[in-house]
Design a binder for this molecule. Sequence first.
Ligand code: FES
Ligand code: FES
Length: 156
Amino acid sequence: MPTIRFRLNGSDTAIDADSDQTLLAVLRGRLGLTGSHFGCGANECGACYVMVDGRALASCDMPLWSVAGKEVTTVEGLGTPEHPHPLQRAFIAEQAMQCGYCVPGILISAAALLQRKPSPTEAEVREALDRNLCRCGSQNRMVRAVLRAASEMAAP
Ligand code: FES
Ligand code: FES
C-alpha cells in the first residue's frame, strides 16, 4: 500500500491507502474529518468540496494519490469555534443555512474565491457558488454572508 504525503490544514500528513480510495473517504473514514460531506458522489453537488492548492474541488471522486505533495484545506482548517473564519462568523450573522449539509462545501468555495479575489462583486460570488447545491433555499443569505465577510476582511 503506497504512502501518500501531503499538507492537510497546515500540517504534514502521511497516510497509507489503496490508490483507488477517494480523498473524501480518507478524510472522513481514516482521519476523522467529517466536515466534508458525501452528497452525490459524482462531482455534481459540492457537499464534499475541499481546497487543493487554492482551488475548490470535489473530494468525492478525487483519488488520494492525486493530492500527493499538495496543500489541502478542509472546512476544519478554516477556523475553530474559538477562532472562526470571518466567513463562518458571517454565515452565523446572516443565518445563512437551514439544515447545514451543504455549508462546509460552500464555505470552501467562498474561501477559495476570497483568496483569489478579496473584494468580489455579487455576481462573482454567485458564480463562485454556482456549482454548490443547496436544497434548503439559503443561497441569497449565503451570498450576503460572503459579501459581509469580504467587507470585514478588507476593513483596516
Ligand atoms: S459529493 Fe462530491 S460533488 Fe457531490
Ligand atoms: S442549508 Fe440545507 S442543503 Fe443547504
